[in-house]
Design a protein around this ligand. Sequence first.
Ligand code: MRU
Length: 318
Amino acid sequence: MKPTLTPFEYHGDFLEVLDQRSLPNDVKYIVCRSASDVASAITSMAVRGAPAIAIAAAYGMALSARRSSDMKAAASLLLNSRPTAVHLKKVIDRMMVLPREAMEAEARKIHREDLDINIAIGRHGTAVLPADCHVYHHCNTGALATGGWGTALGIVRSMAEIKKLSHVWVGETRPYLQGARLTAWEMMVEKIPYTLVSDNMAAKLMSDGKVDAVLVGCDRVARNGDTANKIGTLSLAVLAHHYRVPFYVAMPLSALDEECATGEGIPIEERPAIEMLGYGFTKWAHPKTPVYNPGFDVTPAALITGWVTEQGLWRPQP
Ligand code: MRU
């Protein structure tokens, strides 16, 4: 199994990042030569998705190590680039205990490990989902959000490979449209049958019996199973519970925050108002409109049917 799309490529003295802000209309790349460049690419969401930002940060550390920069300053810049995904902190902690000369190899290893983890999640996911499955998916958890394969969309890819998948409902994912812009594009590239819907159509689909399972990714999971993921995940979980649709989280074990007992301890990023007021050059609300724009919400463990990890189903810890 080979990745078809990759969010970045490391070239030794620079990291080439596919700029996800202009997808799917323009395929453009950003060149990052320092940890500060990588941190900006993460904050601006040129690269996004919890595993992808962690791998990019590892390469950012490797770039700093090459330039003999201050490693503590580099780590702090990267750590503060986005607050919700715990993978970022774990990767930076892992890099910081190494000598500079080991950092490049470690970043490449973290990247390779992510691909293996995703493929294992995909394999385990196929065992829990029903045959001829109509999946509802939120945000983008595919190749673009990871080292090049996908977590929830990795399960979708594995299901498609073994002909267990019927079709994917691709939720648009307001306000930043990761579903419409990125997941729909990935499904098209992968030739996986899909239909784009706006987020407010999920209830109708479920009430019409057109969804067999909801599949989402995660940015941080507390010990009790409360799960932070893209804003809108919680409403889908509530709907799925009401309509008795199984609700699965694809979860690399690196998303578990052992220090966090419940979802209340998970920091939720607030994104800039501009991301609500329009997209690119198109603006649909007055620039002075007051805006509330949390990037994530927390789904209580009780609404989640299962967490699919690289080692099989995970159980919340008491
Ligand atoms: O704000 P984003 O686009 O980085 O949010 C992405 C998500 O919420 C994903 O579901 C999550 O990071 C898992 S990606 C495998």
